[in-house]
Ligand binder design. Sequence first.
Ligand SMILES: [Zn+2]
Length: 300
Amino acid sequence: MGKVIDQAFSKGDILEDLRLYPFNKLPAEDPVVIVHSSLKSIGYVIGGAETVVRALLEWVGGGGTLVFPAYSYSASDPEQWRYPPVAPHLVEKVRKNIPPFDPILSPIDTGAIPSAASRFPGALRSSHPNGSIIALGKNAKRIVSAQRLENSLLPDGPLGQVYELDGWVLSIGTDLSSNSSMHLAERWARKGEGLAHLGEFWKSRVPVDTPRGREWVLLEKEGGCSTGFIRIEPILRRRGVISYGRIGQSYCQFMPQRGLVDETIKILDEDPLALLCSDPDCPQCAPTWRKYGSGRQSDW
Ligand SMILES: [Zn+2]
């Protein structure tokens, strides 16, 4: 016999969890929440991702706003792909044939919950070849229309708008390594100068379709490797930034985005290498460790 569904979560069950600590810290008035999520971490949800979005909408209420990353990882330069890499003789073919960004058609590679959210009435998707976001609710238009090609991590970009609005971050079964707001701290650290001196390794090219044809635009100082973000979780927990709770079977993190960004900036101002990963083959972190780490990588 195959696997038996021995626990089933309804919208009511999920909402009940969301009304408990720590999710009950959500401000009552016009809350804004960025949701990072793994649907399967919750267990069997009756109605799947759609049910989760309905529960989240009820939780934030009529004045609330939900924001979901809706990244399209394939809209990037195939020369930089690693999982898996593209054989050199195919790079040009892949590069030429990547479809143009379309807010309706472009894939959402961040999971079932953002994909379901994109189908809800009133859902807006920002225009960015690989870094778009979806928003639903009162402040959706403000957040989505803030998107430009180069400002994903600047104060006037979508995540910066969430910071302005004093929003929150909910990670459903995911951890800091997929918490996009951490990239704001990377960019805003060092008194607003960002970690520019490390940024020579943090460049990506994205396809932009213009009347003149396809252009590949180099974006600098965008988010770097995020695998190492989990290294500072114990510090953030000790400082009371991250709280933990359960939704269904999912282990969740909940935090004010400002607290997260501001504390991470403090950590980075003390140690600009605090968020680098330990993979000796990482094309971003490994050269940075070699150049600035003076052997420290082996410390952890
Ligand atoms: Zn790395």
